[in-house]
Design a protein around this ligand. Structure first.
Ligand SMILES: CCCCCCCCCCCCC[C@H](O)CC(=O)SCCNC(=O)CCNC(=O)[C@H](O)C(C)(C)COP(=O)(O)OP(=O)(O)OC[C@H]1O[C@@H](n2cnc3c(N)ncnc32)[C@H](O)[C@@H]1OP(=O)(O)O
Ligand SMILES: NC(=O)c1ccc[n+]([C@@H]2O[C@H](COP(=O)([O-])OP(=O)(O)OC[C@H]3O[C@@H](n4cnc5c(N)ncnc54)[C@H](O)[C@@H]3O)[C@@H](O)[C@H]2O)c1
Length: 719
């Protein structure tokens, strides 16, 4: 797993050979240990170069090995042997040097990078810290503040930034390997001690404690309960305050607390799940491996509201030409101003030029005749969307794909009004569409594999995590959100306050609780949907009592709040009070408390003490239960799909792995028992009835999450 060659007479070239990313598996570590020992012993060899095969230096430790018993030579002594050796070693970094890969490079005496290479210590994103000396060597090389930044965020750094920071010694547009070999010959005989990072002092600012405290406070706030970022600060502190060996000891101790933690397992599960959801398949036998996307160069976006603007920005940022369409000149001008401003703002942040030349605006649908793919983002109104799809079907070229950004309407119903139902798919973006990483690609019953492949591929080009889902009301994400919102409202009826519910969910790790999130989205959005569904407004069945609709318990609280003119952040009043319309800082509102008290009195409800555990269980177990139903219906292909939808689209804390992974961590029998308990207490809430799949899994001994697919009633039946 490490190839040994002698080049230019005196240079030992060691190549890591473990495709696709040359991860440091046990075999690779053994290969490095043996080849380095050989080179150090060979009197003909004066220096060494370490590189990776196939244009990638090294993607770090082999993450798949973390779940198995450790075998092979450990990384720390392997890297120490390279650094301590008396022959200069140069790392030739092409592609990527991440995690253990960069730590290996830091053990080398020099680093040469290709201009397209990226480096970083992303262990924190796996629930770990860089534990092969990274927390001790990087600060000694680049200083305390930049090392804290890189290690606590895990961000990837370009070769140019790495050169500026001093992580690499040279960057080249040519072959990094050729330059490294040349370099390795030139440095023979030069003093090696100053190049050994373990011998250096960490460059620190005068107020070390102040910097560490400030960083710790920021990290704790960002971490939302994740342990790894905090351990990263503690480890880097050791690099600034302790001798090297004691720092290494601290690094190992901190790693020991993280390594087998549920958070690390959750985050490593997310790493692989994110990649797995890209490998989609349909019941027809079509799959990502045998279905080719069609090239798309011209895209149109219909509707330049909240979503259309974000989608347009995302497309332009990916270098695509976009024709943006609105109903009239006034709306078009507003949309144009907004999109241009968003692109300029984004370019300014990146010190780049906004690609306004890729944007075209029109109110004339006839201009769409050469477009390859159209994304409709008009109001959530089936009649309007059908009208738009009919027009698109007649004006667009026969093989153009027609996609809808609907949040949950029936994709088949839209496809049916076109002459090309096989080219219709859902592309459900999340707000703000140029920021949020999730794309639900909705497969209608007649969507072709080519249409699915093209939408999935387009999502990838936009930098999204694309997840293929089936067609049902709300698809996967919004369908599961319904019981979650419902439970939150019931908790208010029973005695909770918005801040109690939100506090419990934020403590769980969500960036904001359900009521703050609703205020942010706008309370009128759900109100409109409930009116259309006949749950409130003039279409309600007059025989329904106020707290019952369509045969089940219903809470009119959100409708009553809207009727008071409280629409959320947009007008400064929702479940909370804001300093001004559009304000972001939520303050508990005594008039909402009074309103809730009066409501309970009116409906004869005796408020009770509700604790945080009940909030988490009622809201999240109801959501998880619907996740099991979506799996059993074949609307979600697997638990990983649901988990990635929630992590990337709904702010589910990554260190808890997603709702389905979390259910497995809590224990399926416990989730079942608690749902049964709440169902008994609230017999009029069908969403609390444990799903048949959950029952089957528990009856089968609660198999691990990677076996759940074997228990599905209709695997892929809807896809
Ligand atoms: C009492 C107990 C004491 C316990 C103490 C234990 C001490 C243990 C000592 C450990 C020492 C720690 C060493 C180190 O600090 C830890 C690490 O290095 S962790 C790994 C850090 N690296 C990363 O996070 C990088 C991960 N990879 C990527 O970001 C990307 O893959 C890439 C390298 C940028 C390449 O991107 P792409 O080209 O887009 O390719 P893909 O992402 O699709 O990947 C292709 C394929 O490769 C698989 N893969 C990638 N990286 C790894 C890896 N590091 N290990 C295993 N597999 C990897 C990836 O999953 C893809 O495969 P697929 O999933 O599609 O089958
Ligand atoms: N807002 C969200 O958070 C969100 C998230 C995901 C999906 N969606 C979905 O995206 C779609 C758009 O939602 P939004 O929030 O952007 O709505 P919005 O009200 O902000 O914007 C809709 C835009 O469509 C334009 N429009 C209406 N009819 C049109 C027509 N015939 N031709 C061209 N333009 C037309 C309107 O002028 C308006 O600018 C909806 O289907 C919604 O359910 C919204």
């Amino acid at each position: 797993m490490a190839r040994y060659e002698q080049v230019q007479g005196t240079v030992a070239l060691i190549t890591l050979t473990n495709p696709p990313v040359n991860a440091l598996s046990a075999a690779v570590r053994l290969g490095i240990t043996e080849t380095v020992t050989r080179a150090l012993r060979d009197p003909e060899v004066k220096s060494m170069v370490i590189c990776g095969e196939n244009g990638v230096f090294c993607g770090g430790a082999d993450i798949r090995e973390f779940a198995k018993p450790m075998s092979g030579p450990p990384l720390v002594p392997m890297i120490a042997a390279i650094e301590e050796g008396e022959k200069p070693v140069v790392a030739a970094i092409e592609g990527a040097a991440f995690g253990g890969g960069l730590e290996l490079a830091l053990g080398c005496h020099y680093r040469i990078a290709h201009s397209k290479a990226r480096v970083g210590l992303p262990e924190v994103t796996l629930g770990l810290l860089p534990a092969a000396g990274g927390t001790q060597r990087l600060p000694r090389l680049i200083g305390l503040a930049p090392a804290l930044d890189l290690i606590t965020t895990g961000r990837h750094v370009t070769a140019q930034e790495a050169l500026k920071l001093g992580i690499v010694d040279q960057v080249t547009d040519q072959s990094a390997l050729d330059l490294a070999i040349q370099f390795a010959q030139q440095v023979v005989g030069q003093p090696l001690l100053p190049r050994k990072l373990s011998t250096r002092q960490t460059p620190c600012p005068p107020d070390v404690d102040g910097l560490l405290e400030e960083t710790m406070a920021q990290v704790k706030q960002r971490a939302r309960g994740a342990m790894a970022p905090i351990a990263c600060v503690q480890a880097v502190r050791a690099a600034a305050t302790l001798p090297y060996q004691a720092g290494m000891q601290k690094e190992q101790e901190l790693m020991a607390t993280l390594f087998h933690s549920s958070q690390a397992r959750a985050m490593q599960y997310c790493f692989f799940a994110q990649r797995a959801v890209g490998r989609w398949s349909l019941s027809s036998g079509a799959h990502s491996g045998n279905s080719k996307p069609r090239p798309v160069s011209k895209v149109a976006v219909i509707g330049l509201g909240t979503m259309g603007r974000g989608i347009t920005v995302a497309l332009v940022k990916a270098g695509m030409s976009v024709l943006a369409v609105e109903t009239n000149k006034k709306q078009l001008e507003i949309g144009k101003q907004m999109v241009s401003a968003m692109l300029k703002h984004d370019a300014q942040k990146r010190n780049a030029t906004p690609r306004l030349d890729l944007l075209h605006f029109t109110i004339d649908l006839l201009e769409l005749k050469n477009t390859d793919l159209i994304i409709e983002a008009v109001f959530e109104d089936m009649a309007l969307k059908k009208q738009v799809f009919k027009e698109l079907s007649s004006v667009c070229k026969a093989d153009a794909f027609l996609c809808t950004n609907t949040s949950g309407l029936d994709v088949d119903e839209l496809a049916a009004v076109t002459k090309r139902p096989e080219l219709v798919v859902g592309m459900h973006f999340f707000a703000p569409a140029h920021v949020m990483k999730l794309l639900e690609v909705v497969h209608g019953s007649r969507s072709s594999p080519e249409a699915v492949a093209t939408a999935m591929h387009l999502g990838k080009r936009l930098g999204k995590v694309s997840v293929l889902v089936g067609n049902c009301a709300g698809f996967v994400g919004n369908r599961m959100l319904k019981p979650y919102l419902e439970q939150a409202n019931f908790l208010l009826e029973e005695g909770a306050t918005p801040e109690l519910v939100d506090g419990a969910l934020e403590e769980f790790g969500f960036p904001m609780g359900v009521f703050k999130m609703s205020d942010l989205s706008g309370l009128d959005v759900g109100w409109r949907i409930r009116k259309e569904a006949g749950l409130t407004g003039p279409n309600v069945d007059p025989r329904d009592p106020p707290r019952r609709r369509q045969g089940r318990r219903y809470s009119p609280l959100p409708d009553l709040v809207c009727e008071q003119g409280r629409l959320g952040q947009k007008n400064g009043r929702g479940w909370y009070l804001y300093d001004k319309p559009g304000g972001r800082v939520a303050t508990p509102d005594p008039s909402i408390h009074k309103f809730l008290e009066e409501y309970r009195i009116k409906h004869g409800i005796s408020p009770r003490q509700i604790d945080r555990q009940e909030v988490v269980e009622r809201c999240l177990f109801a959501l998880i239960n619907e996740g099991f139903r979506s799996l059993d219906d074949g609307i979600a292909a697997g638990p990983e799909d649901i988990d990635m939808i929630y992590v990337f689209g709904y702010g589910w804390p990554r260190h808890r792995g997603g709702p389905m992974f979390y259910a497995g961590m809590v224990g399926l029998p416990r989730v079942l028992t608690r749902l049964e308990h709440y169902r008994q207490a609230h017999p009029e809430v069908p969403h609390l009835e444990p799903s048949p799949l959950l029952r089957r899994l528990v009856a089968s001994g609660s198999p691990p999450i990677n076996k759940w697919r074997d228990f599905l009633q209709r695997p892929h039946s809807q896809l």
